[in-house]
Design a protein around this ligand. Structure first.
Ligand code: TTP
Ligand code: MN
Ligand code: MN
Ligand code: MN
Length: 381
């Protein structure tokens, strides 16, 4: 066993979703640099290369010691020759990473894509075709979507990271209100905080109820209450624009309550009452309210994702929103390729018959896929 061999305990044949990805790992410095390159490839639309970087990063996050040589790196299947021969292993640096950090295109693209609702495609168009360089340029843009307008409005606040203590306080506001509507409500703080992160960019929660299937009514009521109650408790008059309709097709803006603005709220497809459709893979009843909130006594607005699922879709929704995004992808790919199943937020299904496999817990999902259970703290892929 030389320094050029694979570390003991690392097997190239282990499926990605069966590896452990702790928050702290041995190759952080290298992974951080590769992330810069991956991000840059995504920005320039080079998705194939971005994927190659993500694969390499995933393997490195699970690798049980720091990589010491090019030969060792080459033995890891997910690391191709291009990545292995990066000068990092000899110099500890990557030139492109350093030049990227001072590059105008990257800087402007970061500024623009940090606006909620602005993706790489829009940002590139604004940069290249319209010559936008600053937020001021964007503010003058005539047809910003509603989402982008809200993103601009809270730009500075939403860039501030959230500590777990505040995330828990924000989540508790929603949990309490949810339980006041439905005493038996199930509630899980998901996203990065569930994976053991101490800091995050937003607060993600999933709700359900053991008996009551009416998730639409539940979410409507919850949103309504959270828009009304906040720093100033009590009744408030909504402007006609901000009335929350049953379908929530109208966004609320500038409410006095805990929820300040709603970015997205999705309702299930209309035919969920169809009996043939229930329990099949087309029957998502998962509801989401992606919003901006301000906790009582706090001055910074935060992004929050409130997700509600009926009980039989709860375990897979919790799994789907616990992340990491990359871990979810690997699990879903495994289900598809090796189990002929479809894993989605709203359930685990046989690909052919489209029938749902009952899953009461995350453990049930792993078991149905024939996999060893990986706890959330080890899903930081
Ligand atoms: P994020 O909140 O974007 O990421 P995170 O909580 O892991 O990290 P942070 O917020 O600190 O940056 O997403 C949480 C999980 O939710 C993510 O693993 C993927 C999942 N998810 C979405 O974000 N959006 C979706 O539309 C679906 C279906 C899932
Ligand atoms: Mn999150
Ligand atoms: Mn994020
Ligand atoms: Mn989120």
């Amino acid at each position: 066993n030389t320094l050029d061999d694979l570390a003991p305990g690392f097997d190239n044949e282990t499926p990605e979703c069966q590896r452990s990805y702790p928050l702290d790992h041995f190759n952080k410095k290298l992974v951080d640099m590769l992330e810069v390159l991956e991000h840059r490839r995504e920005l320039t639309g080079d998705h194939g290369n971005a994927l190659a970087y993500r694969r390499a990063m995933s393997a490195l996050k699970a690798y049980p010691r720091d990589i010491r040589s090019v030969a060792e790196a080459r033995k890891i299947k997910a690391i191709g020759p291009k990545i292995a021969k990066l000068e990092y292993l000899s110099t500890g640096k990557i030139k492109e990473v350093e030049s990227t950090q001072t590059d105008e295109f990257t800087k402007v693209m970061d500024t623009l894509t940090n606006i909620y609702g602005v993706g790489p495609v829009t940002a590139t168009h604004w940069y290249k075709d319209l010559g936008y360089r600053t937020l001021e340029d964007v503010r003058k843009h005539e047809d910003l979507t509603e989402m982008q307008q809200i993103g601009l409005k809270y730009y500075d606040d939403l860039r501030q990271i959230v500590a777990i203590e505040e995330a828990k306080a924000v989540a508790a506001v929603v949990e309490k209100e949810a339980r006041s509507i439905k005493p038996g409500a199930l509630f899980t703080l998901v996203g990065g905080f569930r994976r053991g992160k101490q800091w995050g960019h937003d607060v993600d929660v999933v709700l359900s109820h053991e008996e009551d299937r009416d998730v639409t009514g539940f979410l409507d009521q919850l949103i309504h209450n959270l828009c009304e109650k906040g720093d100033q408790l009590g009744k408030c008059a909504y402007s006609q624009d901000s009335v929350l309709t049953a379908q929530r097709t109208v966004r609320s803006t500038n409410t006095p309550g805990f929820i300040k603005d709603i970015l997205v709220s999705k309702t299930p497809s209309p035919d969920t009452d169809d009996e043939d459709y229930k329990g099949t893979q087309d029957a998502s009843e998962v509801q989401q309210c992606l919003c901006v909130v301000k906790a009582p006594g706090k001055s910074t607005h935060r992004r929050m994702d409130i997700i509600i699922a009926p009980r039989e879709q709860y375990a897979t929704t919790v799994l789907g929103w616990s992340g990491s995004r990359q871990y979810e992808r690997s699990l879903r790919a495994y289900a598809r390729q090796f189990c002929h199943m479809k894993l989605a937020d709203h359930g685990l299904f046989h690909a052919k018959s489209r029938k749902q496999v009952p899953t009461a817990s995350e453990q049930d999902v792993f078991e149905a896929l024939g996999l060893r259970y990986i706890k959330p703290e080890l899903r930081n892929m």
